[in-house]
Design a protein around this ligand. Sequence first.
Ligand code: HEC
Length: 160
Amino acid sequence: MKLNLMIFTLFGISVLTLVSIYSCTNSSTASEQIFTETSPGVFEFKNQNYSKGIGPVKEIKLDPVDAVLAEKGKGIFETKCVACHKFDMKLIGPPLKGITSRRTPEWTMNMMLNPVEMTQTDTIAKSVFEVLKVQMVTQDLNQEDVRSVFEYLRQMDGVK
Ligand code: HEC
């Protein structure tokens, strides 16, 4: 009788262990992996320049970098973005170096204008949010402002 009880208990414990191992491994594979952290704060991103994201920006045509526009964007970036973003390393948000080649212009501008809806419904933004666990804030910016910040980001990426 005693032996039966022991076998029963051991069986119960192993079932519970298996169930918890399964649920852990399962939850960590829930979303697509967008970047890997090669050393602390330094990310290597996958290119995902297929989505235009969600927001008012539908179609952007790019010309060579407009230095005057980029200068305006730099001013906005330095007042509204530097608290959370650097170019080469993670701060609160992801590093922005290379953003103009790994995402579409429309996606990047929609992210600046509409960050909350983007992290809730856009697949790419959602999976970045799942890792960083901080919500980018919506700022008082219009499409023209955001276009100038985008021009600054292009300039920083060495686009001519
Ligand atoms: C309060 C901190 C904060 C501020 C201020 C902020 N961001 Fe962000 N940003 C984030 C976080 C965090 C993410 C990642 C998505 C998320 O978790 O919301 C992000 C994501 C982004 C992305 C997408 C990057 C990627 O690789 O997916 C871009 C582009 C971006 N921000 C640009 C800007 C610009 C431009 C400004 C200024 C107008 C700005 N952000 C202001 C925190 C911030």
